[in-house]
Design a protein around this ligand. Structure first.
Ligand SMILES: [Zn+2]
Length: 529
């Protein structure tokens, strides 16, 4: 039994506002949203956080290049790009944190002061190659020789832009002290970093031994001032990671912090080390609990290249949702890509799955059942007769799908959850083909059997609406209304997911309503454009 008040707190990385939102950002947001909607509807004490990372030299430079102050620049980007992204994808986040908010800046100052007071932060000199794209000093092994415009220069392997040799009097976080404790953590809690490929990479990295980490900058001033030496600002990553606790009451609201923390962090593979090495070391130094889990999802590839603005393969999420709708975006990325692995996006694959799985599979099933109830029973759900072998088979499919989907969500495998739920769509479509309700309707002696078939199909749709609501919130809301389920059962979002597989909830006498197509046919000319 899962306790009813179990806490589930999930975070996305906070986004760098000067980026243009692309489907990689959308993928992370949707994955976090499906997981949090699932837990929320399962009755867990759920909190989902996203936001923006607004400090650092890179922000200052882009703001200056756009003739704006950094705060003004961030305000504009958050309003024009990042809040709209959440609306485009139907994200039901509980909070949106910006690292320029007072709640965050105060928390960062309190955290760093605490580490300074307890001897985990010391002054020192640092010289190294700095990438403003990464906002970090790079090891020489992380640099390559540039080509084209930067021919012969040392460039960052990720950004392909020249690095700068910087020397600074800095404050250092004594991260080297945490090498052994981190290795013990990975050993004792194999689930701490997942999937296994990510965990292995982190373990190998930490086994080489950790260096102390430079955590202040004095060459620019766009950041949180170091409280005891205000010529310095806090290193942007050290600042940014703290959003996960400053958003839930660190430094001021102990009760909220205890209720929410620790979190599950969804991250891209490229920022895994920040979350799985630096962040838990920071928390250990402050005497706080480490995260519940750091889960690295894969990269989206388009034509074999990682999605990013610098590689010019960026696709804006609304290019997809304008044609297919937000439900299809959510479904496609969770269904088509095993969570934790890299996945390829293609318009052809999206269009094919939209047509075969959403329109012909689920959408058509829903409209057929509602239409048959209307045509054969005046829109009123009949009471079923004695269950046949096939009827019992559908009940078992529904029961099993609900259990398996919940287990899949627990192991951070939403693609497997959707696949488990989809067995109901497939079995119900097969059931209707075999039972031929249109033939039963012609024979008055089969009226009782027709009642059972229609009641079984409607109850299957009831379960599908509940189980798919975290993934397809818009389509399932329409289906819930068409089923006439609300008067007897209440709001769709109040249906407990872990009881979704229980049979016989939609009562006889329920009145169905017309259902507009859940996944309308897409004009082929739009697809070919
Ligand atoms: Zn870089």
């Amino acid at each position: 039994m899962v306790p009813a008040d179990r806490s589930f707190y999930i975070t996305t990385p906070i986004f760098y506002p000067s980026d243009v939102p692309h489907i990689g950002h959308g993928y992370t947001e949707v994955a976090a949203d499906v997981l949090s909607r699932w837990h929320r509807q399962a009755g867990d004490d759920t909190w989902s956080l996203t936001g923006t990372d607004e400090h650092g030299q890179k922000m200052l430079r882009t703001a200056t290049a756009n003739d704006m102050g950094p705060r003004e620049w961030a305000d504009k980007l958050v309003q024009e790009s990042w809040i709209p992204l959440l609306e485009t994808l139907d994200i039901a986040n509980d909070d949106f944190i910006r690292t320029t908010q007072p709640r965050h800046e105060q928390g960062v100052a309190a955290f760093i002061q605490k580490l300074y007071d307890t001897g985990f932060i010391e002054a020192g000199d640092y010289e190294g190659f700095y990438c403003v794209g990464c906002e970090e000093y790079k090891q020489t092994s992380e640099l390559v020789t540039g080509t084209g415009k930067y021919d012969g220069e040392l460039v960052c392997a990720i950004h392909s832009i020249p690095v700068e040799l910087l020397k600074e009097r800095n404050y250092f976080f004594r991260m080297s002290r945490f090498t052994d404790r981190l290795l013990a953590l990975y050993e004792e809690r194999p689930d701490f970093v997942q999937p296994d490929s990510a965990r292995n990479e982190v373990v190998q990295f930490v086994k080489q031994g950790l260096d102390d980490l430079s955590i202040s900058r004095s060459t620019f001033d766009w950041g949180v001032p170091v409280p005891w030496d205000t010529k310095h600002v806090v290193y942007v990553w050290f600042d940014a990671l703290l959003n996960y606790v400053t958003a839930v009451g660190f430094d001021g609201d102990e009760a909220t912090l205890n209720r929410r923390w620790p979190a599950t962090h969804l991250v891209g593979k490229d920022i895994l080390r920040f979350h799985a090495v630096i962040w838990p070391a920071m928390l250990m130094a402050a005497g706080l609990e480490v995260p519940k889990q750091v889960f690295a999802h894969g990269w989206l590839l388009v034509g074999g290249e990682k999605m990013s603005k610098s590689k010019l393969t960026g696709i804006a999420p609304n290019q997809i949702t304008d044609v297919f709708g937000s439900d299809a975006f959510r479904y496609y990325f969770l269904r088509a890509i095993p969570f934790g692995q890299d996945g390829s996006f293609s318009w052809e694959d999206l269009a094919a799955r939209y047509q075969a799985e959403l329109a012909n599979g689920f959408g058509n099933l829903a409209s057929r059942v509602i239409a048959m109830l209307t045509r054969y029973r005046g829109g009123v759900l009949p009471a079923p007769g004695e269950a046949s072998e096939r009827d019992l088979g559908i009940r078992e499919t529904v029961r099993r799908a609900a259990v398996e989907a919940d287990l899949a969500i627990e192991r951070m495998a939403p693609h497997e959850a959707v696949a488990a739920i989809w067995t109901i769509v497939e079995e119900l479509n097969g059931y209707i083909t075999l039972e031929e309700p249109w033939a039963l309707a012609k024979d008055p002696e089969q009226a009782g059997r027709l009642d059972s078939v229609l009641a079984t199909a409607a109850e299957g749709l009831r379960a599908l609406a509940v189980l798919l609501s975290p993934v397809l919130p818009k389509a399932t809301a329409k289906l819930w209304t068409a089923l006439g389920a609300e008067p007897a059962l209440g709001l769709l979002l109040d249906q407990r997911l872990r009881a979704a597989g229980d049979w016989g909830k939609l009562p006889a006498g329920t009145t169905v309503q017309a259902l507009e197509p859940l996944f309308p046919r897409i004009d082929p000319e739009v697809l070919n454009a």
